[in-house]
Design a protein around this ligand. Sequence first.
Ligand code: HXC
Length: 257
Amino acid sequence: MAYETILVETRGKVGLITLNRPKALNALNSQMQEDVVAALQAYEADETIGAIVITGSEKAFAAGADIKEMHQKSYIDMYMADFFSGWDAMLRIRKPIIAAVSGYALGGGCELAMMCDFIIAGDNAKFGQPEITLGVMPGMGGSQRLTRFVGKSKAMDMCLTGRMMDAEEAERSGLVSRVVPAATLVDEALKAAEKIASFSLPAVLMNKEAVNRSYETTLTEGLRFERRVFHSMFALEDQKEGMEAFSDKRAPNFRNQ
Ligand code: HXC
């Protein structure tokens, strides 16, 4: 399928989505939302794919929602379109999605990265929620997800001052899982995705679901959920294969069942 605002390629068992509006620093317009969601859904349906990477350019992962597309809209336009809600489809993707962030991840760009399962940052990455400088506030989850990632104090600081956080601070604060040299960012993210895709897909999906559950429930309910899912994994052939391979001192041959 041809997309207007993104490039897609398949690398082995990994789907790579590259945001591609270079003249607008990958500002997220409605077309890009449609393209990214459609590409994710295509990878989700593709049995040969085990993980997905979303990246941008070296200068910008994405410099925010497209201000030029938004600025003349009225309240009723935004409300009736339920603006930004199209991104919610991303949350229904069960395969892991890694954000590989180089350069600016601002506003909606930071929020898109946070909608992925984890973020690998280039050492040149800059994160921010500068909506306050435009007279608004985050609208794609920034005030909620950023607070859960980095805590109230830093989230307030970011949302109220609009300042940017560099890669080192983002790693220290728990926003990103690791920082790598910008030049090797996509390779490192692909390597992580290939690793994930080499495992049993049902086991990968269950791990993702369990970690995500921790955001939505109490500790007691989360622990109960984890244990039930863990028990259910003993119905998988891949569990037998994984544990037998360990005993036999050989590599497992997972068959996703
Ligand atoms: C539309 C954008 C854009 C954006 C950059 N561009 N960000 N267009 N929406 N979010 C465009 C610029 O207009 C310019 O195009 C081109 O990309 C290059 O940008 P420059 O500003 O010339 O580059 P530079 O000087 O290097 O500065 C980079 C930057 C700056 C610091 C990232 O572009 C910037 O501050 N961008 C806006 C960041 C921001 O506020 N993001 C949050 C958006 S609101 P032209 O054609 O003019 O040369 C949001 C959520 C909204 O995300 C939720 C509430 C409703």
